[in-house]
Design a protein around this ligand. Sequence first.
Ligand SMILES: [Zn+2]
Length: 393
Amino acid sequence: MKNKIYYEDAYRTNFTSKIIKSGQDEDGQYVVLEETAFYPTGGGQPYDIGTLNGVSVGSVEEKDGEIRHYVSGTLERGIDIQGEIDWEHRFDHMQQHSGQHILSAAFDNTFGYKTVSFHLGKEYLTIDLNIEQLPEEDAWRAEELANQIILENRPIETKWVSEDELSQYTLRKALKVTEDIRLVIIPDYDYNGCGGTHPRSTGEVAAIKILDWEKQKKNTRVRFVCGNRVRKQLSQKHKVLTELSPLLNASEENMAAAINRILTGTKTLEKELEAAKESLLQYEGAELLSENDGQVAELFANRPIQELQKLAKIMVSLNEDSRIILVAENDGKLQFVCAKGKNAEGIMKEWAAAAFPLINGKGGGNETFAQGGGEALVSAEELLQFLKENLEA
Ligand SMILES: [Zn+2]
């Protein structure tokens, strides 16, 4: 433990040391130091970043009992090292990690909900509680208690203890290790085995805010932020709301109602538009029938097949003696509809089938109604002409 400066002093950002090993593994080129202030990934806390003699340390991992600093440049074995920790990055981890201790203890002490896992991400933290449903009032009560502990600015102490001494403490979670046991203690509140870096007092965590939670198999995953991330979250969310407010012409508290009004309005407009289109098709159908004396063969460009089907159905219902052929060229493909009124002659699915070879097409239908589509191997006019011969036969 002597070579781990972060255990002696979590606030040390500058240190001198010596390189005792340099090597390469699957994660890249690394150096091992006589002693280091760089915290390696462990106990849910991510690694520190910083520099060694100005060379960037991109990650730090503990492997085979040594702390490997993965560096972006060459550093020779035996040379003296001036190390510098990225303090903003480290302090953020200290705030988040200790905030997690405080919130987990709040859930445990108040409701007996146990934290079964913890993840410290770049934006958020999560803890998994061993309950399937988290009542909303319990979440807010735990958050309130956690912030009260911060406000009281209680000390956060660390203590190395032997296995025998452990019986003096009621730990929040069973320990996985039997030697080098390190306890992180917030007196009369939380006793926990932990190898992470922590501030000296709860006040430095500044604030804890639960964002949301969701069921995660048999647990509940609670998403939250601590420390400076609370302000960052507030800024981000406020920026979004500030942009939305003039767009919606609504204040923050009226935004949800404003969005609901827009969505309801859109649905109504969609229905009205659909009705208007339907009525236009009625006019169009009636006009085509009267212009062509009930024997309609028409060409269209970029008109959905569904619309042509509707148009054809309207026409055959308006005129029971009518026969309809509609062809459209849509995105370089040819599509068509054949339909007839119940008093008219012809078998529509046969008309369609006869046209398929022209366009390498497929489709189908029945005696009174058929449709098909295929490649533009002939022009739309040629396809129409071919189908039209049925009207004249
Ligand atoms: Zn910890």
